[in-house]
Design a protein around this ligand. Sequence first.
Ligand SMILES: NC(=O)C1=CN([C@@H]2O[C@H](COP(=O)(O)OP(=O)(O)OC[C@H]3O[C@@H](n4cnc5c(N)ncnc54)[C@H](OP(=O)(O)O)[C@@H]3O)[C@@H](O)[C@H]2O)C=CC1
Ligand SMILES: CC(=O)N[C@@H](CCC(=O)OP(=O)(O)O)C(=O)O
Length: 311
Amino acid sequence: MTHTIFIDGEAGTTGLEIRERLEARDDLELILLGDRRRDVEARREALNSADAVILCLPDDAAIEAVSMIENPRVRVIDASTAYRVDPAWAYGFAEMAPGQREAIAASTRVSNPGCYPTGLIGLVRPLVSAGIIPAGWPVTVNAVSGYSGGGKAMIAEFEAEGGAEAFRAYGLSLKHKHVPEMTKHTGLERKVLFAPAVGSYRQGMLVEVPLHLSALPSSPSVEVVHGALVEAYEGARFVEVAPLEATEAMTGIDPEGLNGTNRMRLHVFGDRGGEQVRLVALLDNLGKGASGAAVQNLNIMLGLDEATGLS
Ligand SMILES: NC(=O)C1=CN([C@@H]2O[C@H](COP(=O)(O)OP(=O)(O)OC[C@H]3O[C@@H](n4cnc5c(N)ncnc54)[C@H](OP(=O)(O)O)[C@@H]3O)[C@@H](O)[C@H]2O)C=CC1
Ligand SMILES: CC(=O)N[C@@H](CCC(=O)OP(=O)(O)O)C(=O)O
């Protein structure tokens, strides 16, 4: 059976990557609008006739697109920030907790996680669930992303003649749009302190949470923290936890290391017997951080995950 898919925002950074991932498949048929992609009536028709639509639009346009869908059978994946803390939408991070994959499969409305939140939630949620990090703990997130994370506008800025600076810290008002999503889906009660940065390279990211183990109530060891993550992702196809031996041998970590994949690798850096760790997630902001995750969610929603092996 062939499913029809409409990507609203097909010519954007996220939309294009999803299109590339889907075009090669013969179990899916894409509705492409080409030059009519901004024509509201053409979009309305596509939004209501596809089996599944993937919205790769700015927040306001995504909200408008959702309001245009009248056909109750259409499944929607939204890549924007608009619905990520909306309880009526399933949060599209299948590995984040037991039952989440089933919640995605059962829903017709799935919000695709943000790139930074995917890294943070991947690192912290299992530790909150295991009681290692108390829900009220003050958590700091340091991160660096390639400039494709800012979409077409930021790509043009960094690739312009003369380019932009090599490294830019931002989010300095401490009101980044990802903070509510990060806080809610980690299970934390206190707003996370988010310190993002963008580098002069196209894609790939590191998301880091430094922790003083000796300050945590149970003073956990590096091995206990690592073991909780290993247990949480046992059997996961796309989220892996680097063995401590491998991590100990590393002197650096390349944010581009998983580019082009839908994978995320979690590291626990820290000397055994020591009192501190640096939890680091490595992912492609356009892969597991956006387009890869959207395709994974699509497969789950259409019941194609087992058949394709893609989730
Ligand atoms: N880039 C990334 O790493 C990630 C992005 N996202 C999210 O995905 C969404 C898309 O981002 P991204 O691909 O980076 O953005 P881009 O700026 O690269 O692309 C946005 C797309 O939306 C289209 N668009 C804008 N306004 C409208 C409108 N009113 N009606 C119809 N189409 C419209 C544009 O059309 P046109 O081609 O005609 O200009 C363009 O194709 C955003 O919500 C973003 O936050 C999520 C995770 C990661
Ligand atoms: C480098 C850069 O600018 N990154 C984007 C986030 C990219 C992303 O995750 O998109 P969503 O906001 O839709 O989740 C930012 O900080 O706003």
